[in-house]
Design a protein around this ligand. Structure first.
Ligand code: URA
Length: 210
C-alpha cells in the first residue's frame, strides 16, 4: 500500500519536496476525515532522518496545534526516547492517518480508530514521506502503523521488538503505541512494559549512526 506514493510529483518545489507535499496534503480529500478535523497534521522532523517513526493518527492536542506527537502520548514518547539515548530531533515523526478521527461526547472529542479504508487512502501520503525522507529504518508504533506498513502479516503483541522486511525495501521495527502504555499506567506490570518499550526503541540506535 505504500508503493503508489506521490513523491516524484513533488520533486521540483522551491522550498523542497516535503514542504510541497505538506501543502498538498492540506487540501486532501482522499477520505472524509478532513470534514471534522481542525487541520491536517503532517509529519515533522529531520528531512533526511535515518529513522522515521509512525503513529496512528493525530490526537486532540495534535489536531489543535497542527504538529504530531505534542500531546500526552508525545510527551511520554519523548521521555522514553530520551531514556533510550535517542534525540527526537534526529528522527522524523508522522502518522499513518493525517487527520484526527473522533466522536463527540458532550464537549469532549473522543479518539476513534481509523478504519482500513482510511489507512489505505492515507498511505498515499505516508509512502510519499518515506520516499522523500529515505530513512534506513521505519518504527511502527501500534497496530494501525504496523498495518499501514506491513499489512496483516504481523501482530504487535506477538512481533513487537522485531525488525522485519517491508515491500518497499526499508526494514521496520515493530513496537507498541505509547498511548497503550499510558492507558495501562495503573497496572502492576506498567513499569516493566515501559522499560520494554524503551529497550525496543533502543534498537533504533545502530540505524542512527553514521
Ligand atoms: N498518537 C499518535 O498516534 N500520533 C500522534 O501524533 C499523537 C498521538
Amino acid at each position: 500500500m505504500l508503493k503508489n506514493a506521490p513523491a516524484p510529483a513533488f520533486q521540483d518545489h522551491a522550498d523542497g519536496p516535503l514542504d510541497a507535499m505538506r501543502q498538498a496534503a492540506e487540501e486532501c480529500r482522499r477520505c472524509d476525515l478532513y470534514r471534522d478535523a481542525t487541520q491536517v497534521v503532517f509529519g515533522e522532523g529531520a528531512r533526511h532522518a535515518r529513522v522515521l517513526l509512525i503513529g496512528e493518527q493525530p490526537g486532540d492536542r495534535e489536531d489543535q496545534l497542527g504538529h504530531p506527537f505534542v500531546g500526552p502520548a508525545g510527551r511520554f514518547l519523548d521521555g522514553c526516547l530520551e531514556e533510550a539515548g535517542i534525540d527526537r530531533a534526529d528522527c522524523y515523526l508522522t502518522n499513518a492517518v493525517k487527520h484526527f478521527k473522533f466522536k463527540r461526547l458532550g464537549k469532549r472529542r473522543i479518539h476513534e480508530k481509523p478504519n482500513t479504508g482510511e489507512v489505505r487512502r492515507c498511505a498515499w501520503w505516508l509512502g510519499g514521506e518515506i520516499a522523500l525522507v529515505k530513512p534506513r529504518l521505519l518504527v511502527t508504533l501500534g497496530a494501525t502503523a504496523a498495518f499501514a506498513v506491513l499489512g496483516k502479516r504481523y501482530a504487535v503483541t506477538v512481533d513487537r521488538g522485531r525488525i522485519v522486511d517491508t515491500e518497499i525495501g526499508v526494514p521496520a521495527l515493530i513496537t507498541v503505541h505509547p498511548s497503550a502504555l499510558l492507558r495501562s499506567r495503573g497496572r502492576p506490570d506498567a513499569e516493566q512494559e515501559r522499560q520494554r518499550f524503551v529497550a525496543e526503541l533502543g534498537k533504533m540506535k545502530p540505524f542512527l549512526k553514521a
